[in-house]
Design a binder for this molecule. Structure first.
Ligand SMILES: [Zn+2]
Ligand SMILES: [Zn+2]
Length: 555
């Protein structure tokens, strides 16, 4: 090949490549322009056969698939053709579409046999998929792995797609090995929606229905968690974060924790507190089941405190439909502040919740009894200086754990600091305090938050109460992640006044034992004393805090 010819070939390949890029961007007119340019260039040089490859590319865009084959077949073996690999790739592609798999494989092999062909990754990729469609998994994997290498070096954005196929084929193989051929078939199923089935799908639909695989039913039959006498923190970052961090979640593999609420579980009761955004997701991830819930308490009508209320009621309804044992368990009771009660009651009743099971709670009548062992004492909070949320409450939950030990959990919910707050929370074993965030002036005690405790409020609350353990929760993500530093600052400031206090920053996966007020190691699951737990900072800002015992910290 002369230097001039080599140059022309390079130019034609560039046009093919750019045409392909434009197609990928769905800029079809531009792609056609590029192909036309290539065609004219080839015609001018007397490379009629190569011009046909460009023409075929235009036919592909116009979806004239069968024309592609009749157009390329006569020229593809002509010695004068330079773009043989590209011609065969297009033929194979159309054959695949027509389910002529054997022929398609031959075409890809021919493409790969062309020494001038420079996108072998595409042919390997297609070979892999074709073998997969034929149920030949080992071959499929071989080709896809080769394609992966090529994509990695030449076109990294193609890697993800190949990886998807590799892992789903592996799963198919795995299922087959376990004798689950039907399930393997399901995994391998690729719906070709445009082609007409040769057999009536009703037969298959009957089969599927006969298997009676019911997602809700499967959930209904599952067990919950065994442990009792625990307080589970299911709250990560509060309201403003969930949507924003969806992208991060993708990138960091689900490490961003958000939304939530709390779950207190004793032998007799499972008490949900403030099921806000993502509560159910966090609840399920930790391994709890709706069948463990008996009471729900909501402190005020803000989305980070009640977003999952209706969903929770609906989940109970769904579970009851499928679990015969559900009848033995009384319906969940909802104790809602006045505002939330007004706003949510009709929709709760819509999900099948019994009228009697939705009750308003308010600070005018502060004492409620949930059963002989569990009582609730409610107080008014100062969550909004403009009084748009006048019914917001905090509370103390008194309960009995194993060996008749009394425990009380104080909950500030969202509130600015106010004088009586420490009095309401004076005899608690645990206080859950909502921080939100603080500016430097607040940390220095020069200014305090008007809707949440902030730093000054938190410090005062701790100074004026005597809980055995403080859980700091409800962090706002708008000003950075200093959850660990916040707790260190509190401990530092309190130490200067010679007070040793137990404080822990809350996050999803923080579980506290109510019998001994110990903390569960998020790695080994063992409950260890506060002093032996290390809270480790996340790998990424706003990521998960981990609560590790000494053994797990050291690996
Ligand atoms: Zn709030
Ligand atoms: Zn809140």
């Amino acid at each position: 090949m002369s230097e001039e010819e080599a140059k022309l070939l390079e130019e034609l390949k560039r046009l093919l490549r750019e045409g392909r890029e434009a197609r990928r961007r769905r800029e079809f007119d531009e792609a056609k322009e590029l192909y036309k340019e290539g065609k004219e260039l080839a015609v001018r040089a007397g490379w009629e056969e190569d011009a046909a490859v460009f023409e075929a590319s235009i036919l592909l865009i116009d979806k004239k698939f069968e024309d592609v084959i009749s157009f390329l077949s006569p020229i593809v073996e002509k010695p004068a053709l330079h773009l043989r690999g590209d011609a065969y790739l297009r033929i194979g592609w159309v054959q695949d579409r027509m389910k002529l798999y054997e022929q398609a494989i031959l075409s890809y092999q021919k493409a790969l046999g062309d020494p001038n062909y420079d996108t072998p990754g595409k042919a390997w990729h297609n070979m892999g998929i074709t073998h997969r469609l034929r149920g030949e998994f080992e071959e499929a994997l071989q080709w896809l792995r080769k394609a992966r290498e090529w994509y990695l070096a030449n076109e990294p954005r193609g890697v993800e797609n190949v990886d998807y196929h590799i892992s789903s084929i592996r799963r198919q193989q795995e299922l087959r090995k376990r004798g689950l051929n039907k399930a393997a078939e399901e995994v391998g199923k690729i719906a070709s929606l445009s082609t007409r089935e040769s057999t009536d799908p009703l037969i298959r639909i009957r089969d599927i229905l006969a298997e009676n695989r019911n997602k809700v039913g499967e959930y209904a039959e599952r067990d919950g968690r065994e442990d009792t006498d625990i307080l589970a923190i299911l709250k990560g970052w509060s309201s403003s974060i969930p949507i924003i961090s969806a992208v991060d979640r993708e990138r960091f593999g689900g490490q961003i924790c958000q939304g939530g609420g709390y779950f207190v579980k004793t032998e007799r009761e499972g008490i949900v507190i403030d099921p806000g955004l993502d509560f159910l997701a966090n609840f399920g991830t930790i391994g709890f089941h709706i069948k463990e819930v008996s009471q729900v308490i909501v402190s005020h009508n803000h989305i980070d405190h009640c977003a999952d209320l209706i969903r929770l009621a609906d989940l109970e309804h769904q579970w009851r439909l499928y679990d015969p044992k559900a009848e033995r368990k009384p319906n969940i009771c909802f104790h809602l502040d006045i505002d939330t009660h007004e706003g949510h009651r009709p929709r709760l009743l819509d999900t099948g919740v019994d009228n009697l099971n939705v009750r308003p709670i308010n600070s005018q009548q502060p004492n409620y009894s949930i059963n002989e062992q569990v009582t609730l004492k409610v107080f008014h909070t100062e969550h909004d200086p403009d009084n748009r949320i006048p019914d917001s409450i905090g509370f103390v939950l008194n309960l009995i754990v194993a060996r008749d030990r009394k425990r009380s959990i104080g909950y500030t919910s969202d509130t600015a600091f106010f004088k009586r707050l420490p009095k309401y929370l004076s005899n608690c074993d645990i206080i859950i305090a909502h921080f939100s965030y603080a500016e430097p002036a607040d940390y220095e005690g020069k200014e305090s938050h008007t809707r949440h405790l902030g730093y000054t409020g938190l410090l005062r609350l701790i100074k004026e109460t005597e809980a055995n353990l403080y859980v700091i929760s409800e962090f706002w993500g708008g000003r950075g992640d200093c959850r660990i530093e916040l707790v260190q600052k509190l401990l530092y400031d309190l130490k200067r006044e010679s007070r040793e206090v137990k404080i822990i920053p809350g996050d999803v996966s923080c579980i506290i034992g109510l019998r001994k007020l110990d903390i569960r190691c998020s790695r080994c699951g063992e409950f260890v004393p506060y002093e032996e737990i290390f809270v480790t900072a996340p790998e990424v800002p706003f990521g998960k805090l981990r609560y590790l015992c000494k053994n797990c910290l050291l690996g």
